[in-house]
Ligand binder design. Structure first.
Ligand code: CP
Length: 324
């Protein structure tokens, strides 16, 4: 693996999931791989889980870690080529990426969608500019359209539940549901989860369903072959996993079309499912998107999912270190 920008960079998804599960069982087995190597974690946006779990994973592998918040710890970065740099962005990504690439063996980048210009967001300019100029492998810590480290942690979590629960069907039903929110949020987590679940469905490991109000259709390349059901109750029938996430509209780009509170997940929804487990990437707004009762019940997997972020990052960093 040279870069980890999306699922397309994964040669063997089953093996990567197994590697994450192995890392959890034996976190320090590969400490020699990262000795005297440095990872730079570059954040254009806030983070709790990604920042700490990736740092921990790198340290488990023996790496040194440098973390930087762009625009606070550093100069603002210009991404456009050929512009007159007379804005508040004092440094161009051409120099910044090249310089960080001299200090670091791997660079992780977080840069969310701005939700103003769909074509621009979906071009993934920040990831591609860093990949172009850094000269070292790039890891996506959540980009405008994807959050692959989260999706890998989600796959690990589902696999663990499958392995520890023999009563689950061999092909559990996984439902991605839109949740209400007053703020426009990016589609990255939902896109990525769909992309990875479609791959799991293609391999016969899950049945994958997406449910959302009209107007919240994800981009066709992410929906893939998922069954889309506009009636949430119908989608939840027999669900083994309910994955909640809010996203803003892709078609009416970046807009909040409804805040319908009936789309929030409550115990009534869990009762419609097959003793379904609730998943969410976090952070989550309690009682806006999902009830206290669900989050505080044994149905909730959210803490385990977040804990598995360490092992998803470790599996990915290990694979990259093996190529250096
Ligand atoms: N799930 C996730 O990426 O969390 P953070 O935004 O806190 O990193």
């Amino acid at each position: 693996m040279t870069n980890f920008l999306s699922l397309a960079d994964v040669a063997d998804l089953d093996a990567l999931i197994r590697s994450g599960i192995d890392a959890k069982a034996n976190p320090f087995a590969d400490q020699h791989l990262g000795k005297n190597k440095t990872i730079g974690l570059i954040f254009f946006n806030s983070s709790l889980r990604t920042r700490i779990s990736t740092q921990k994973a790198a340290q488990n592998l023996g790496m040194n870690v440098i973390t930087m918040n762009v625009g606070q710890d550093s100069w603002g970065l210009e991404m456009e080529d050929g512009v007159i740099m007379n804005s508040d962005k004092a440094e161009h990504v051409r120099e910044a990426a090249a310089v960080i690439g001299r200090y670091c063996n791997i660079i992780g980048i977080r840069a969310f969608a701005e939700l103003k210009d769909r074509a621009k967001d979906y071009q993934e300019q920040v990831m591609h500019q860093f990949a172009r100029y850094a000269g070292v492998p790039i890891v996506n810590l959540e980009s405008a359209t994807r959050h692959p480290l989260q999706s890998l942690a989600d796959c690990i979590t589902i696999e663990e539940v499958k392995q520890s629960n023999p009563s689950l069907p061999a092909k559990p039903k996984v439902v991605l549901t839109w949740l209400p929110h007053f703020k426009p949020l990016p589609q990255a987590v939902a896109n990525s989860f769909s992309e990875w679940m479609n791959a799991r469905a293609k391999a016969g490991d899950v049945e994958f369903v997406v449910t959302h109000p009209e107007g919240y259709e994800l981009a066709p390349e992410f929906v893939g072959n998922a069954r889309v059901i506009y009636n949430q109750d119908e989608a939840f029938e027999g669900a083994d996993f309910i994955y909640g996430k809010n996203w803003s509209s892709y078609t009416h780009y970046g807009q909040v079309l409804t805040q319908d509170p009936s789309w929030a997940v409550t115990m009534n929804d869990i009762r419609l499912s097959n003793h379904g487990k609730f998943m969410h990437c976090l952070p989550v707004r309690r009682n806006l998107k999902v009830s206290d009762e669900v989050l505080d019940s044994p149905h909730s997997l959210v803490i385990e999912q977040a804990a598995n972020r360490e092992w998803s990052a470790q599996a990915v960093l290990k694979e990259i270190l093996l190529t250096l």
